[in-house]
Design a protein around this ligand. Sequence first.
Ligand code: GCU
Length: 357
Amino acid sequence: MNIVPSLLHFADGNAVNTPEDWKNRREELLDLLRREEYGYAPEPCKVTAEVVSRDAKCAGGSAILEKVLLTYHAPKGDHTVPMHFFVPVDGKKHPLILLINFRPDPYDMYCPTEEILDNGFAFAQICYKDITSDDPDFTNGLAGCFDRPTDGTGWGKISLWAYALHGAIGYLQTREEVDAANVAVAGHSRLGKTAMWCAAQDERIRFALINGSGCGGTALEQTKHENAETYAYIHTNFYYWFCENHHKYETETVSTVFDQHMALACIAPRYACVGCAKDDLWADPWSEKICCAAAAPAWELFGLVGFDGDDAPASVGTFCHGGHIAYHLRDGIHFFSRRDWLPYMEHIKNNLYTKIL
Ligand code: GCU
């Protein structure tokens, strides 16, 4: 399959041959994706944290749950986002999973909280609507605390949700219970797109858990299959997730400018987990697999296995976990299932102590 544009050529046509070249190519790709798809996020701002409650015996006495208020001190005002932070009680350092979720509750159907803790992780959760609303209103929450560029490249909501995660990670890495070298971000669907874009930009994140992310996530646009969401469609309802420049791809072919393999590849040489459900045709599991295969050359530049699968459609039960990009296809519909979390946690645990080149 000829996936264009080429990952391993600079915009001026020169080849990308070495890990050093990749650093520059990654910057070029991030710039392209900011300008044409997700928008430029604001400059980092100061984030302060306050623990406002503590349950020392949650999860059957196995963990501590804190409610932490994160305050973003932005140019036009402060905005506070609540976060739930769980940590096993054993007094050790733990790899961390930070989930951006749909609902504010600490226990939620999209995450098997106790099982995550039992697997030795610290676990933090933020509700995306506490950052800013999921609609075209750019004046509320954290969105209202910045001026948004009006030249077509200003942040869409995905970028702003990701921006808040960067701030949360800065705080979480200061916590003594957290193994700061082993931080994962996770999200499902629109928040899978957010987790991917967050990890693409933030090298402090070692693992990206990208679930059912589909269009604008890990589904390659140029190979979309029947009944899959496309850029043209996503803009009918969700144009505000992206920058205004992205709207032109409703009608233009995207393939000569950029595609989603570039966003996934910006995670290289770190780790990404892509999870899909068989009946989630809207998200297009096959194009997600092709995207993994198309992103892999970025890892190969480092002499690493990028993806140990191919670009053929997967069958239920497929697990490609031998490379830095893991892919699985499970049965069922669009959902963040325990059947997704289990392979994600396994992939993280298998790769905790390898050296990131
Ligand atoms: C809609 C949207 C998808 C998105 C999904 C979700 O279906 O079209 O792009 O991933 O919502 O976030 O649940």
